[in-house]
Design a protein around this ligand. Sequence first.
Ligand SMILES: [Zn+2]
Length: 413
Amino acid sequence: MLYSKIFGKTQKETKKYEAKNQELLTKAGFIDQLASGIYTLLPLGKRVLTKIENIIRQEMEKIGAQEIEMPLLHPKILWEKTQRWDSVDVLFKTKSQYHQEYALAPTHEETVTPLMKKILKSGKDLPIALYHITKKFRDEPRPKSGILRGREFGMKDLYSFHKDKDDLHQYYQKVIDAYLNVFYRCGLKEIKITEASGGSFTKKFSHEFNVLTNAGEVDLIYCNSCSFAQNEEVATKKQNDPCPKCQTPLKKGKAIEVGNIFDLETRFSQAFDLKFIDDDGQEKYVVMGCYGIGTTRLIGAIVEVYHDEKGIIWPEEVSPYQVHLVGLNLNERKIKEKCYNYYQRLNKEGIEVLFDDRENVSSGEKLVDSDLIGIPYRLVISKKTKENVEVKKREENKSKIVSLEEAIKLFKK
Ligand SMILES: [Zn+2]
């Protein structure tokens, strides 16, 4: 991609933002705010989201989940059946000109359960796991923290259907592992899993996946040496207490919740009368689990964890491009030719490259922009690099000069 052509470039403005993710993503040209808690993803931002979604798809495939796409407009009657029309405080409600009332989906138990009731023919078909990746809505009183908490946001939600609790619990464990893989591949290696009370969505057993960062909204009591962690609100331990698993003094810190999973038991299958005939001839309610990952929230969490004073530092698997090729001194015909040839060569090799081909921008400005955008590798071609190219990792200060061919080898995996 030629940077001169990209829609949404870096901004020089010095406006103050309350959240670092909002500031950096806006200034670097990844997002644009339409209204409070409502954002457009510009081409760079959309590429990051697509990468996250594809990581999720791969990990969902591994645990046998099938992708569908459910509606976002939910008839009121479905939410009345589960007694959640009035009890979910963040439910967005809307009325059509024909006086029909709808909820704008904050979650999809109200649609996936009746869908399963229609399509499930026999208990022999269980277990089944379905997921989708779409928008969700929450009628937040005061959206804050940039794209961490919006009124409209991206989410992956998975629903699993089982004959009994044992089968659900086995699958639940598989989802925990799949989620850890997703977060790990997104560069978030320090995930703390806490047991949670479930908030307004369900009162049953649930777990939350938290990323440690000062920008977080959740307070955790956690162990640095093992996996022990508790949400401070419900914690039985406090800071400096010995860890119940390994005796290391516990720490306290802020975290962003990026995923949550719930054992729904038969709450929704009872509401929609979703049953199957078991081997013993008895009619039983299907046991359900639900599992969410906030996809746009994940972008915000990654930026909160991976940035410095110059800008974003994208982990490789979610970076909008693999390589940022920066051409300097492009007013010299030979250098310009070399840059374009190399750009085409990188494309031909299947390497995702963003090429800063702008001619009316100073060298200093291009390098500042490159740091702000945060692609993990920068390649500079200039008068100085002669027949070679300067390679620099975004998070490192030193660079090295290598031949064009050597640089290609670096990125071809
Ligand atoms: Zn421990």
